[in-house]
Design a protein around this ligand. Structure first.
Ligand SMILES: [Mg+2]
Ligand SMILES: [Zn+2]
Length: 190
């Protein structure tokens, strides 16, 4: 079976405006231009996969089961663009968490790359043909660790910002409107 390509997407602050620790579906909206862009990428053959740190679980702020409604809400919003997520992966852990069951030095909390590796195993994804899109350096580091190309959507955009060699994004932009052009252009170069 041929491997597939994926776009891994951070949730809070990237796919949706960041409301810290929110799991109320009625407060969830897509970021400007995210829906249209993801439709283009899906049409180009990319699987769409959310990769999210959800330490609110380990902090006791909401139950892990609350994320079911969050995932449903995201798919309802994306349905308006004729698409759905191919995967929804999250890390519920935190090393110094108040909830003992989630107090783990895990391999899946970004900037670690465990969630991307798990998705790659589950869906037979070629990580070197895939992308990670996020809003902080930890997202890019997780993608860089496994050979994805990385895009940082930073608001406000700061071209002087410094990164470590491992967290350096391949592209630093200020909105979703630039994403499909970057990814589809790279594709024609290859
Ligand atoms: Mg984020
Ligand atoms: Zn984890």
């Amino acid at each position: 079976m041929a491997m597939i390509r994926a776009v891994f997407i951070d949730k809070d602050g990237t796919l949706i405006p960041d409301i810290p620790y929110n799991v109320d579906p009625t407060l969830i909206t897509l970021a400007p231009n995210a829906g249209e862009t993801l439709r283009h990428l899906k049409q180009a053959g990319y699987a769409l996969i959310v990769i999210s740190n959800q330490s609110g679980i380990a902090r006791g702020l909401f139950a892990e089961s609350a994320l079911i409604a969050v995932e449903h809400r995201l798919n309802a919003l994306l349905q308006r663009f004729g698409i759905a997520l191919d995967g929804f992966y999250y890390c519920p852990h935190l090393p110094d968490a108040p909830i003992a069951a989630y107090r783990v030095e895990c391999a899946c909390r970004k900037p670690k790359s465990g969630l991307l590796e798990q998705a790659a195993r589950d869906l037979d994804i070629d990580l070197h043909q895939s992308w990670m899109i996020g809003d902080i350096a930890a997202d890019c580091e997780a993608g860089n660790r496994v050979g994805c190309q990385t895009i940082l959507i930073e608001k406000p955009y700061d071209p002087q910002r410094e990164f470590t060699p491992l967290s350096q994004p391949d592209f630093l932009i200020d909105g979703w409107d630039q994403v499909s052009q970057i990814i589809l252009k790279q594709e024609t170069i290859r």
